[in-house]
Ligand binder design. Structure first.
Ligand SMILES: *Cc1c(COP(=O)(O)O)cnc(C)c1O
Length: 426
């Protein structure tokens, strides 16, 4: 194909030609050559209800003939106001202010800048350091990358990334009998970092309950509760990066609901518009916002994007929230289905550490070899799954399913059957 497109996360020389997609409906993608592919990863975790959902398409279409875009400084509009209210209504009570941007990385970037400037605005100039987890992924812009785990993906930019202090992530799975030990150890590391940093940390950023790109690593709600208690004792702000976990993914509308957490800042993107348009939100507490609400213009958050609060994105998000409410049963039933299917995979010797959290399930392929081979195996399996008609994109040796909520029981069963078949063939 004669293409001028540079693909994301893709070694352009060695990768197979991209598959050309003609259309998509529900869980299925239709390729130009007529093949049907089942989208088991919600097109990189964004498509919530299914592709081309009519209600969202209609909301965008209608909005586009009324107000398609307007500058967001000094102006506002119905969809931006209504969506901000709808979001804070659904989030923990202290979260009251919505700052819009376009994608998960910008939502994180904004959160980091807000947390940093919060302390500056209070005159606590020395609180400049961040805490984050091992294995974290918070996005691809420089600040988001700095808080993410160091990996081959961040290597070229090392000199540009600020230092953060890391806490081990107590990843767990079904039947894990060492989980409490791992949690205790993580809390011990956190406590010693907090105690050793005499000037205090600005904030800790976490992917609550599930680390996504780091390998669908899951932790228990009780651990996050203990973590929060500890951070509070040291006055450290807490940022929940719910870019992936938001909008039903964990089995609750937000991970902070499931944990009963009270973060100071929450980042939302991916599923916000149901997967139709790029839109993100960084939602802040009264306490954080009040440090910027001042007669002193130096305390302003000088940050914004051209498409901030784009009306089409806001209209899509409002329509998606309605669907999440009226079709709650669809995303709430998925965890039970995953559990049944994972139990059936228990006899596959090459698989271990199966885990599930709400709509997301994952399992590791056993390997002794190191990272380079892992990557090659992920690549190999991806091609095998595609050949069988399934879009599954292993993260190294981690297989996961993160389907749109329209998936039917039999479709999920077929995806698991495909996994069994390809693993047994390895
Ligand atoms: C995907 C992701 C991001 C980055 O979002 P983009 O829209 O891809 O920039 C940030 N945080 C988490 C937890 C994510 O999963």
């Amino acid at each position: 194909m004669d293409s001028a497109v540079w693909m994301p996360f893709t070694p352009m020389k060695s990768s197979p030609e991209p598959l050309a997609v003609r259309s998509a409906q529900g869980i299925m993608l239709e390729l130009e050559d007529g093949r049907q592919i089942m989208d088991c990863i919600s097109s990189w975790w964004v498509t919530l209800h299914g592709h081309a959902r009519a209600e969202i398409a209609a909301a965008i279409s209608q909005q586009s003939t009324t107000l398609e875009q307007v500058i967001a400084a000094g102006f506002t509009h119905g969809p931006a106001e209504a969506l901000a209210h709808a979001l804070v209504e659904r989030l923990p009570a202290q979260l009251s202010r919505v700052f819009y941007s376009d994608n998960g990385s910008t939502a994180v970037e904004v959160a980091l800048k807000i947390a940093f400037q919060y302390w500056q605005n209070l005159g606590v100039f020395e609180r400049t350091r961040f805490l984050a987890f091992d294995g974290a992924y918070h996005g691809d812009t420089l600040g988001a990358m700095a808080t993410s785990a160091r990996s081959p993906f961040t290597q070229a930019f090392e000199a540009l990334l600020f230092d953060v202090d890391r806490v081990p992530f107590p990843a767990t799975y079904l039947g894990d009998n060492r989980v409490e030990e791992k949690e205790l150890q993580a809390l011990r590391v956190l406590e010693s970092l907090l105690a050793a940093n005499k000037v205090g940390y600005a904030a800790m950023i976490v992917e609550p309950l599930i680390q996504g790109a780091g390998g669908m690593r899951m932790c228990r709600p009780v651990f996050l509760t203990q973590l929060e208690t500890l951070l509070r004792r040291y006055n450290c702000l807490l940022i929940y990066d719910e870019v992936m976990t938001g909008f039903g993914r964990t089995g609750e509308l937000f991970a902070c609901n499931k944990v009963a957490a009270n973060p100071d800042i929450v980042c939302l993107a991916k599923g916000l518009t149901g997967g139709f348009l790029p839109l993100a939100a960084t939602v802040c507490s009264d306490m954080v916002f009040s440090a910027f609400y001042s007669d002193d213009t130096a305390k302003t958050l000088y940050h914004g994007h051209s498409y901030t609060a784009n009306p089409l994105g806001c209209a899509a998000a409002l329509a998606s929230l309605v669907l999440l409410d009226i079709e709650a049963e669809r995303w709430q039933r998925l965890e039970g289905w995953h559990r049944e299917e994972l139990a059936l995979l228990a006899d596959v010797d090459r698989l271990e550490h199966s885990r599930v959290c709400g709509t997301i399930a994952a399992v590791d392929v056993k390997v002794d070899e190191e990272a380079g081979y892992l990557h090659a195996m992920g690549q190999h399996l991806r091609q095998r799954f595609l050949a069988q008609g399934f879009l599954l994109r292993p993260l190294g040796n981690v297989l996961y399913l993160l389907p749109p909520y329209c998936i039917e029981r039999e479709q999920l069963k077929a995806a698991y059957a495909c996994i069994r078949q390809e693993i047994e063939r390895l």
